[in-house]
Design a protein around this ligand. Structure first.
Ligand code: SIN
Length: 526
């Protein structure tokens, strides 16, 4: 039997599943909620990439912007590979029926922060949803792919000695319908679980983003890289009684401008025209379209200086009908709160958005240990992986592209190097464990964790606060370990255990850094 298990049903997981099934592999995709409850499904902006293979100038410009955004620590070889392979992989998406917006015979391209050109394909303001729709439909009609929703991966199964170098033999997972732990033996496991936005109080991520795959791989001996680089999206809509809702950067690509409270008053006194003057110009000559690290930090600083809960995204100097046509989902969401594109200023603030670091992987997505050897049978693709593409700050809309390029590379590697596994995996150690009755303490611990990460491991950091976070994370680790040893797993317990571990590695990486770069900004290092 050479079954492949893919954990996660976002773009990376489903794209890899289709490639593996095309090569005759039996694939099981497990996902915590429904297939569509992924970060991908929530992606608004789009997918960056030059489709025309002969457009050397366009590709070079994409490479240059990616390297500049990554603040000097991208892997230039990886950036080149991803940009070069973009055209073929985007054509793969087109061939399974993804409908990107057209402008006559050509694609309609948009621009986001840090891009010097329009090179982002999109499906209005719901690109991820459209990609996920086409992928899910293809997966559903493929007899070699089995989807298992409501299944939470808990841990990777290794051979008897538990040495990472022995390789992965499958996974243990919690059936969320029955509450029973199950064993899925596998020749190889692809982790495609996305990020960990749920570590912070405000996030643009869905509730499933709890760092599960990352934590599982760390426990199995994986090395992680660049964990301090957490990208906060500058413009999440903040209105009472609603979770932060992403307002795509493409809106600023169309001319939207960020103002602070004073800037908004002055703009109104001026009569609202012709061009609002952004406070971001104090931080970058690119103003509201500077790279995300700069814009988010500027917003954070302005809010802390003035005590305001938000800054303002202004679009009333733009053509309102065109905006509403291009961003219909955002308009619909705004209308629920009495707001509208091209009319009302939008209250926005930064929210945790994307994990730039992740599992250390090679050019084929194989997960590496600290000495540089790979863990046989284990791959990491999508947001969970750190390929070197994003450096210290991901360029907007580069992540869907990186996900499909590396999903295909990992699938190809596995097809060319099959691992045969005939073993039935060991059963989960359930003997003597008790059913967890008290859920409230776990909820409190999760609140404490989120508060700690928000206050002490956010956009702007300092050593004393990072050390305080470390102490709190140590306490939480002890507490969760104790419960873990004696209780049967529940979703809350599994997720909390994973979040505490991922929060710990993020904090450790932030403490160890002696230089500010990209998304890591410690005021003690200025
Ligand atoms: C956005 O639409 O602003 C988000 C796109 C991304 O994070 O790449």
């Amino acid at each position: 039997m050479s079954r492949v298990v893919i954990i996660g049903s976002g773009i990376a997981g489903l794209f890899a599943a289709l490639h593996l099934a095309d090569a005759g592999k039996e694939v099981v995709v497990i996902t915590k909620q429904r297939p569509e409850d992924s970060n991908t499904n929530w992606a608004q902006g789009g997918i960056a990439g030059i489709i025309d293979k002969t457009d050397g100038v366009g590709k070079q410009s994409h490479i240059d912007d990616t390297l500049a955004s990554g603040d000097g620590i991208c892997d230039p070889n990886v950036v080149k590979i991803v940009v070069e392979e973009a055209g073929d992989r985007i054509r793969d998406l087109l061939s399974i029926g993804v409908n990107f917006e057209k402008d006559g015979a050509d694609f309609h391209l948009v621009k986001e922060g840090g891009h010097s050109d329009r090179r982002i394909l999109h499906a209005k303001d719901a690109t991820g949803k459209e990609i996920e729709r086409a992928l899910t439909e293809s997966v559903d009609s493929n007899p070699l792919i089995e989807m298992r929703p409501h299944t939470l991966a808990v841990d990777l199964i290794q051979t008897t000695h538990g040495k990472p170098s022995d390789g992965i033999k499958g996974i243990w997972c919690l059936n969320l319908d029955s509450g029973i732990m199950e064993t899925i033996p596998a020749a190889a496991v692809l982790i495609a679980t996305g990020g960990c936005g749920q570590l912070w109080e405000k996030t643009t991520n869905p509730s499933v983003a709890t760092g599960d795959g990352m934590a599982m791989a760390i426990r199995a001996g994986a090395n992680v890289k660049d964990m301090a680089f957490i990208q906060f999206h500058p413009t999440a809509l903040v209105v009472d009684a609603d979770r932060p809702f992403l307002i795509t950067e493409a809106l600023r690509g169309e001319g939207g401008v960020l103002l602070d409270g004073e800037g908004l008053i002055n703009y109104r006194i001026d009569g609202g025209s012709p061009e609002p003057h952004s406070f971001i110009l104090e931080f970058s000559s690119q103003g509201s379209l500077a790279t995300r690290d700069i814009v988010a930090r500027a917003c954070d600083q302005k809010m802390k200086e003035t005590g305001a809960e938000n800054v303002w995204l202004v679009t009333d100097h733009l053509e309102s009908e065109a905006l509403r046509n291009e961003f219909p989902n955002i308009e619909e969401r705004l209308n629920r709160h009495g707001l509208s594109l091209g009319e009302t200023p939008l209250p926005v603030a930064p929210a945790a958005h994307y994990m730039v670091g992740g599992l250390d992987v090679d050019l084929n997505g194989r997960v590496l240990m600290s000495g540089g050897n790979s863990i046989p049978g284990l791959y990491g693709i999508g947001e969970v992986a750190c390929t070197g593409m994003h450096g210290a700050n991901r360029l907007a809309s580069n992540s869907l592209l990186e996900a499909i390029v590396f999903a295909q590379r990992a699938a190809n590697h596995l097809i060319a190097n099959p691992i045969v596994d005939a073993e039935e995996g060991p059963r989960w150690r359930a003997d003597g464990m008790i059913e967890l009755k008290e859920h409230v303490p776990l909820v409190r611990d999760l609140e404490t964790l989120k508060k700690t990460m928000t206050l002490d491991v956010g956009i702007v950091r300092r050593f004393s606060r990072l050390e305080r976070a470390k102490r709190m994370l140590n306490l939480l680790t002890k507490e969760v370990d104790l419960i873990w040893q004696e209780s049967l797993p529940t979703r809350e317990l599994v997720e909390l255990r994973n979040l505490v571990l991922v929060g710990t590695v993020i904090t450790q990486d932030a403490i160890s850094r002696e230089v500010n770069v990209g998304l890591h900004y410690n005021i003690d290092l200025i």
